[in-house]
Design a protein around this ligand. Structure first.
Ligand SMILES: CCCCCCCC(=O)CC(=O)SCCNC(=O)CCNC(=O)[C@H](O)C(C)(C)COP(=O)(O)OP(=O)(O)OC[C@H]1O[C@@H](n2cnc3c(N)ncnc32)[C@H](O)[C@@H]1OP(=O)(O)O
Ligand SMILES: NC(=O)C1=CN([C@@H]2O[C@H](COP(=O)(O)OP(=O)(O)OC[C@H]3O[C@@H](n4cnc5c(N)ncnc54)[C@H](O)[C@@H]3O)[C@@H](O)[C@H]2O)C=CC1
Length: 721
């Protein structure tokens, strides 16, 4: 785990723990023993700590935080490094993150390759740099930089690190060679001033002002998160207390965070996010054994909300797009919108003006499908209408070259049905983006019965290329995202019918951690979109829709959203929806008394008695109904693993990362408790089939002990009840 070698007068300690050189138990032991050995070795005059492979060290092994600690702690190791009689140089390439940066700060000198990335990302997993990082960094950089870097968790480059004194020198080439050259300058120099524990925070006098400024900023930026605040407090301590007192307090705060529900949720999310793209098909094909085809050119059909957003994602990643729209006015409008979105990216420093111009050159508008004959991939984003989509796929099949992949951005429709309109069902797949497509990170890729592994691999790879978090799911009505979100939204609307107002429900869920309540989201994505979907379903089922009903096919429904549609309130796009929007601030939802009146009249007409709905009921009805549906999705193998559902909720619906997602939330509440509550709601609301308890959940809840999440799917085929 740590390779020890001696090169003339230098001991080289090479951290060798692929893939990221995390500081696991054996690495800590190896470094500790290496420093000891080097100090005892007469040939050695200086010690270099370096990383083998692609990186120096990416910090603590995050998995070890969830098991009892063993062996030497990072602080003990760090003190051994700092106390070394022989100078220790950290030679950094790749990443020096978290505990890795702390090792570097325990070292007496730091040299780095110019491409190295440095940072304290602990806050992103709900922690603080607990091996004296919050006490040492301000001693090097001053308070303002340390507060910003530690509370934001951002990674910065070697140049910035050098400017703030973190690095002594930066090199172009091999960092180990640079460290060897550097050692010649420092061997024999006194070490005391290089030991950060012996130094002071230079701008300590300004600590209160800097703390208040930083606190105000992070409270705005990271609403509801505890770790950024404790990060700041710990940095403040570095200036107000002695080194040892501040370090002891840092350890206490670290312990507090380590066991906090937020950090546990964020650590879960870290691994869930990495497990989601590791797709697997029932035939055994998976990410590791399937090669994607190279997508060089694309077509997007439909230049509406989604088509324009998808086109932005593609051209921004350097992929040419032919945007086909039958309505010239819509096309002109879309091209203007796309240009405006990219201008916004330039303003936010996310791209340069030159990149914007280059991206726009990759976009070509067109009015017929014939233009798509030669592209490698088409993404269809026309209205949610099965016949229309089938007709388009039928035509594309004839027009496009035989290798072209045909993707649909449908939000609900069966991929098998769409694929059956072509002679190439193996190349048909769902690519479900989320609105606004150029912002939301999720791409829910949907495979049909005949979709080939190569097609799946290609859309998963394309998603990664355009910066999306991809999750693969099996086709079914509404797939995983919209299917599990549907009961959540239905319960939110039922509660509005029973006594709450849209803003009440939104506020409770926003306080829970959702950045936007479901009624604000509905206004954003368009009330007409949901209306069209309901019309489609009704048409497919041969139903005639009416506003004066509370039940359809034995199922409870509410027609409140349809009433808004009838009033022309389509959401933000019409300036009115569940809320109203002023032209001067068209994205700010304002509660609208007209909506309250409409709701009250609806209730009176339908004979619904309104009552007070407590906040806890809002949370339980929204979340537990989604959880129940999620368990069904798992038992039907629509989603492969619970983490996939959680990632979908985080990146598709902005479920707070610290909350993990509905599946993780259920695991934290306890499956027994969740199941019992679902049974109670089922009795209370017998006409909502989403309350019929999932068999899988029943099996898991009936177990005498809580079953860990990674074992849940093993119970699908188990007959145990
Ligand atoms: C009083 C008590 C004192 C206690 C003191 C505590 C000291 C501390 O201050 C605590 C810490 O160090 S906390 C850890 C700080 N470091 C981080 O958060 C870095 C996390 N990793 C990354 O950002 C990217 O993986 C990275 C940028 C490094 C690489 O990105 P890539 O995109 O190249 O690769 P990934 O796909 O993300 O990762 C490759 C595989 O490695 C796993 N992994 C990454 N970082 C890990 C880490 N720190 N611990 C454990 N596993 C880790 C990752 O899960 C993936 O493996 P698979 O999931 O199997 O694919
Ligand atoms: N709006 C949303 O939040 C989301 C929508 N979706 C799905 O994306 C698809 C598109 O939805 P939106 O962009 O919201 O619709 P939209 O109504 O904004 O845009 C649809 C566009 O398709 C064009 N179009 C219709 N038939 C066409 C044809 N034969 N050839 C070329 N263009 C044609 C229309 O003129 C219109 O500009 C739907 O399947 C929808 O379910 C998926 C995720 C989210």
């Amino acid at each position: 785990m740590v390779d020890y070698s001696v090169d003339r007068n230098l001991a080289i300690l090479g951290i060798n723990n692929p893939p990221v050189n995390a500081l696991s138990f054996h690495v800590r032991e190896g470094l500790f023993n290496g420093i000891k050995q080097a100090n005892a070795d007469r040939r050695v005059e200086a010690i270099v700590i370096t990383g083998k492979g692609k990186t120096y060290c990416s910090g603590a092994d995050i998995r070890e935080f969830s098991i009892p600690s063993a062996g030497k702690g990072l602080v003990t190791l760090g003190h051994r490094i700092e106390d070394s009689d022989k100078p220790v140089i950290s030679a950094i390439h790749g990443n020096a993150l978290g505990g890795g940066l702390e090792i570097a700060l325990f070292s007496h000198y730091r040299v780095a390759n110019k491409n190295a990335k440095i940072g304290f990302p602990e806050v992103l997993i709900g922690l603080l740099p607990g091996a004296e990082g919050t006490i040492r960094l301000p001693r090097v950089t001053g308070l303002a930089f340390a507060m910003d870097a530690i509370a934001s968790g951002r990674r910065f480059d070697a140049q910035e690190a050098h400017k703030h004194g973190i690095l002594d020198t930066i090199c172009d080439g091999d960092v180990l060679q640079e460290a060897k050259a550097f050692s010649k300058k420092i061997i024999g120099q006194p070490l005391d001033q290089r030991r950060l524990s012996k130094t002071h925070v230079k701008d300590a006098a300004d600590v209160d002002i800097k703390f208040e400024e930083a606190l105000a900023q992070i409270k705005r930026k990271y609403r509801g998160l505890i770790a950024p605040i404790l990060c700041l407090k710990s940095v403040r301590n570095s200036a107000k207390m002695s080194f040892d007192e501040a370090a002891a307090e840092e350890m206490r705060l670290f312990g507090e965070l380590l066991t906090s529900s937020q950090s546990i949720g964020l650590r879960y999310s870290f691994f869930a996010e990495r497990s989601a793209p590791k797709w697997k098909l029932p035939c055994g094909a998976c990410a590791d054994n399937t090669t994607p085809v190279d997508v060089k050119t694309t077509g997007v059909i439909g230049a509406g909300t989604m088509g324009s957003g998808i086109a932005v994602c593609l051209i921004r990643a350097g992929i040419p797009v032919i945007l086909v729209e039958k309505n010239q006015k819509m096309l002109d409008q879309a091209i203007k919108t796309i240009s405006r979105i990219l201008t916004g990216s330039v303003k936010l420093n996310r791209m340069t003006e030159k990149q914007r111009e280059h991206s726009l050159k990759l976009l070509k508008g067109a009015s017929t499908l014939d233009e798509l004959a030669g592209v490698d991939m088409v993404i269809e984003a026309v209205y949610e209408n099965l016949e229309l989509k089938r007709e388009i796929f039928h035509q594309l099949d004839k027009i496009c070259k035989s290798s072209t992949l045909l993707c649909s951005n449908t939000s609900t429709l069966d991929i098998d049905n769409i694929a059956s309109a072509t002679q190439r069902p193996d190349k048909v797949v769902g690519t479900h983006f989320f609105a606004p497509a150029y912002i939301m990170r999720l791409l829910e890729n949907v495979y049909g019965t005949k979709t080939s592994p190569t097609t799946v691999a290609t859309v998963m790879e394309l998603g990664k290329r355009i910066g999306k978090i991809c999750v693969l799911v099996k086709t079914c009505y509404a797939f995983v995202a919209n299917r599990t979100n549907q009961p959540f939204g239905a319960e939110a609307s039922f509660m509005v019918e029973e006594g709450a107002l849209p803003q009440d429900v939104d506020t409770v869920l926003e306080n829970f951690g959702m950045p936007m309540g479901p009624f604000k989201v509905s206004d954003l994505s368009g009330i007409d979109v949901g209306w069209r979907i309901r019309q489609e379903v009704a048409k497919a089922l041969g139903l005639k829709l009416t506003l004066e009903t509370r039940y359809r096919m034995g199922e409870r429904i509410t027609t409140l959203a349809d009433r808004l549609y009838e009033m022309g309130r389509y959401g933000i796009k019409t300036g009115k929806g569940w809320y109203r929007y002023e032209p001067t601030n068209p994205r700010k939802p304002i509660p609208d008394p007209d909506v309250a009146k409409m709701i009250q009249k609806h209730c009176m007409d339908m004979g619904i008695e309104r009552r007070n709905i407590p906040a806890q009921e809002v949370i339980e009805r929204c979340l537990f109904s989604a959880i129940n549906e999620s368990f069904r999705v798992l038992e039907q193998r629509i989603a492969e693993k619970p983490e996939d559902i959680d990632v979908i909720w985080q990146y598709g619906f902005s479920f707070p990362r610290y909350g993990g997602g509905p599946m993780f939330y259920a695991s934290q509440v306890g499956l027994k408790k969740v199941f019992e509550k679902i049974c109670i709601f089922h009795e209370q609301f017998p006409y909502s089939s989403h309350w019929v308890p999932s068999d899988l959940l029943r099996k898991l809840a009936s177990h005498s002990t809580e079953i860990p999440m990674d074992k849940w799917t093993q119970f699908i085929s188990s007959s145990k009840l």
